[in-house]
Design a protein around this ligand. Structure first.
Ligand code: HEC
Ligand code: HEC
Length: 414
């Protein structure tokens, strides 16, 4: 994605910068210019104003188990503060799961074959592509989603919020008496939304609060009101705030030598900003990085075709949306399959994918899958990048400067 304002902003800001550029070294100046050139913007240019009442009731809905068909799962079951709005697990555990974090693995429950995505910056200005495979995508100005022409909203985040409550295994149980709800088609989803809305209307607190915040009579509530409230909460609570790196670029906060070393590698020799660029550290495009694919996969055990699931174009196989990198130190394990626990290793995979592969433990199919991904990767700018262990760790330290905190903590309520 291109940011039209990039060079204009860079020009304006570099004028301001020159007043204290003299007092600092060349490395600082080069890093600052590289960040501006790659599209970094001050955090306040990314936030979209939200109504306070809507945000407050959105938080309550986010924490409520009423939104899962069998009343056992809330958004907050998988998107927890403790793990930077993810769950700390490789693959998410949805319906019939109990407890949080690793306790959820011990207690069973339905596996969702992807790593939970965090919320930092989601729905901010220009953030319009959602999920690992971009199945909700407003980047072209025309909203693309599985709702087709029946999209409930033109706001991609509001559409994205509609999906988890209709996703089998995530918030709809895949057994027992829900057979008629087992197809994830638009009609089924609509029936589900009607049922969930009725529950919210009947709830002694939530119903009236949503109605007030949306200026509607209680009996006129629809699922769109619920989704708008949750979207408002996500947009507000996780909006990008100035990080240590923003403070370095836009005012004169110092970084450590190691952070500067990592930053120069990130924007320079290691080629990270070829994809992790713009104000959210993502190009909102899809690329194949040969992260190990462990356990479950969207397309069968050990297989996830990523973007191909949305476009059905062979060329999109194994492509995943470049993940934004805010608060990335908190959101492990990493990648769409959650196969890498450690941040330095997640960086290493990009330039040395074989490091993580044990061919003897792979069956023939796994190996063929891996060769395919390697073939695509070999044409990327990452092939040929060399970085020492110490340099990789410096990049990880640099990524630590992209941290900030949310306003409130999310609780799971009974
Ligand atoms: C069972 C665990 C689970 C629950 C419950 C859950 N999510 Fe998620 N969430 C995930 C996973 C896994 C992904 C990534 C899925 C993918 O991209 O294929 C995700 C991704 C998202 C995204 C996309 C973020 C991005 O970067 O594009 C949004 C938005 C989201 N969830 C909102 C919600 C909301 C709202 C709820 C409650 C209505 C919810 N989630 C409930 C596991 C969960
Ligand atoms: C060719 C585009 C591209 C380049 C260049 C690139 N990345 Fe990535 N990066 C991605 C994609 C795509 C993923 C997700 C892949 C997946 O999950 O299968 C990813 C994943 C990551 C993750 C894991 C994030 C998470 O939330 O799971 C980190 C950390 C990361 N990249 C950092 C870096 C660093 C540091 C560099 C420079 C060495 C770099 N990337 C270079 C595209 C790129």
């Amino acid at each position: 994605m291109k940011y039209a304002t990039r060079s204009a902003v860079a020009l304006v800001v570099s004028g301001v910068m020159s007043t204290f550029a003299l007092a600092e070294g060349l490395r600082e100046r080069v890093l600052r210019d590289a960040a501006l050139d790659a599209g970094l913007l001050p955090a306040n240019q990314l936030s979209v104003e939200q109504s306070e009442d809507l945000v407050n009731v959105g938080k309550l809905l986010f924490e409520s188990r009423l939104l899962s068909f069998n009343n056992d799962t809330a958004c907050a079951s998988c998107h927890l503060d403790r793990f930077g709005s993810t769950d700390g697990l490789p693959n998410a555990i949805g319906t019939e799961g109990e407890g949080f974090g690793s306790a959820r693995v011990l207690n069973g429950g339905d596996i969702v074959p992807r790593n939970v995505l965090p919320f930092w910056g989601r729905g901010g200005v220009g953030f319009e592509v959602f999920f690992w495979d971009g199945k909700v995508d407003g980047a072209s100005g025309r909203l693309v989603s599985q709702f087709g022409a029946n999209a409930p909203s033109l706001d991609p985040l509001v559409v994205a919020v509609h999906l988890p409550p209709a996703e089998i295994g995530e918030m709809v149980i895949d057994r027992r008496d829900t057979e008629e709800l087992q197809t994830e088609d638009v009609e089924t989803a609509k029936r589900l939304y009607t049922e969930l809305t009725e529950r919210i209307q009947l709830d002694p607190i939530l119903g009236q609060k949503v109605a007030n915040a949306r200026n509607r009579a209680l009996e006129d509530l629809a699922f769109i009101d619920v989704a708008e409230a949750i979207a408002a909460f996500i947009r507000f609570n996780f909006r990008v705030k100035d990080t240590k790196f923003h403070q370095f670029v836009f005012s004169d906060t110092k970084l450590t030598d190691r952070e500067i070393e990592g930053g120069l590698l990130f924007y320079g020799r290691a080629g990270c900003s070829r994809c992790h660029n713009g104000p959210y550290f993502t190009d909102f495009d899809f690329h194949a990085i040969p992260f190990p694919q462990v356990g479950f996969g969207r397309n069968g055990f050990g297989v996830d075709y990523g973007r191909f699931n949305v476009t059905l174009d062979e060329a999109d196989r194994y492509g995943f949306r470049t993940p934004p990198l805010y608060n990335v130190t908190q959101t492990g394990p990493y990648s769409h399959s959650g196969s890498i626990a450690n941040l330095s290793d997640a960086i290493r995979v990009h330039i040395d994918p074989l490091f993580f592969v044990e061919p003897k433990n792979m069956d023939g199919n796994d190996r063929i899958e891996f060769y395919e991904r390697l073939k695509i990767w070999s044409g990327s700018p990452l092939n040929g990048v060399v970085a020492s262990d110490s340099e990789i760790d410096a990049i990880a330290e640099f990524l630590g400067t992209l941290s900030y905190e949310s306003d409130v903590s999310v609780k799971f309520v009974d």
